[in-house]
Design a protein around this ligand. Structure first.
Ligand SMILES: [Zn+2]
Ligand SMILES: [Zn+2]
Length: 326
């Protein structure tokens, strides 16, 4: 098909998709404010639900017009890392090949665009079931899936366990999503700590108990999540993790290198996990929770904004999650 400027299908396994609902990632706030390591300008946006526009001849599982969740990481689905679900470390593409930021952003662009190229369409694109508002699940591409990995594997090991979430990193959606997913998966209780009043209100509406003041000591909890981005928050989460418990940090510590209470962690057999989330394997799990009516990610949305007002809205302070719709 003849086209003007814009992406074309590079191979017969690729698709072109049109982002319909694009959400901010918590990282986007830091990119816009210049606090992230790579300063803009570059094409922004790496969470979206998109509509399939054009498919290569070898793509068999999708049809034009279908709504899909687009994982923020490029992955082939066939290399050793992808076969283990470690799609954020796909070896078929350069390290950290993502949309919307990172070393490969000029190649892949961002989701605040008219068209986006998805190179391994059959593998990467996750169909969004009928009846779902694209805006509600736009963050499945990254932040909800990031939150899912912080609580779901630990709750599978210890069903019904109590969960502590320290929220607040950047605009703070990941901590809210972690609380929401833990509740959706049947945690007996979720305690959400955050100094921010609005986010505490959201967490309470989702069913979490909330605390504004960070206590000296708290817990222990079998499952803890550091989504605070504050070295003291990480310390608190680790010290609040029960013997044989699991603490997962979703926060990125760009500058400050937190000191870990390693002797206590050793003595109490505490497992600590951190790292970039592998989004693709989590997306179907997230969508299934939404379809089942157990998870309501739209509760974390500050507001939805028309696509053509995205640039202005990004510069206004005070949002936790913006969703741009066309
Ligand atoms: Zn992100
Ligand atoms: Zn791969």
């Amino acid at each position: 098909m003849a086209r003007g400027a814009g992406p074309r299908l590079p191979t017969d396994r690729a698709a072109l998709v049109r982002p319909k609902a694009i959400a901010t990632c918590d990282l986007d706030a830091l990119i816009v404010s210049g606090e992230a390591p790579s300063p803009p300008p570059f094409p922004l946006g790496h969470e979206c639900v998109a509509e399939v526009v054009e498919l290569g001849d070898a793509v068999s599982s999708l049809v034009p017009g279908q709504l899909v969740s687009v994982p923020f990481q490029i992955s082939c689905g066939e290399c050793a890392a992808c076969r283990r679900g470690h799609t954020g470390n796909c070896s078929s593409v350069p390290f950290m090949s993502t949309y919307g930021f990172g070393p490969a952003v000029e190649r892949w662009g961002g989701f605040l665009s008219d068209l986006v190229c998805v190179p391994y369409a059959d593998h990467m694109l996750v169909p969004v079931p009928d009846g779902h508002q694209p805006a509600a699940v736009a963050s499945a591409s990254d932040n909800i899936s990031d939150a899912w990995r912080a609580v779901a594997p630990a709750l599978a090991e210890d069903p019904g366990a109590a969960v502590l979430v320290l929220g607040g990193a950047g605009p703070g959606s990941i901590g809210l999503f972690a609380a929401a997913v833990a509740i959706a998966l049947g945690a007996e209780s979720v305690l959400y700590l955050d100094a921010d009043h609005a986010r505490r209100q959201t967490a309470a509406a989702l069913g979490a108990r909330t605390l504004a003041e960070v206590p000296e000591r708290i817990g222990p909890f079998p499952i803890t999540v550091d989504a605070s981005g504050d070295p003291n928050g990480l310390q608190l989460a680790l010290n609040a993790t029960a013997p044989d418990g699991i603490c997962t940090s979703t926060a990125i510590y760009f500058a400050e290198q937190p000191v870990l209470p390693l002797l206590r962690m050793y003595a109490q057999c505490v497992t600590f996990k951190t790292g970039r989330a592998h989004a693709w394997p989590a997306i179907p799990q997230v969508l299934a929770l939404v379809v089942a009516g157990a998870l309501h990610p739209e509760a974390a949305t500050t507001r939805t904004v028309p696509f053509d007002q995205a640039a202005q809205a990004l510069l206004e302070p005070g949002w936790t999650k913006l969703v741009f719709e066309r």
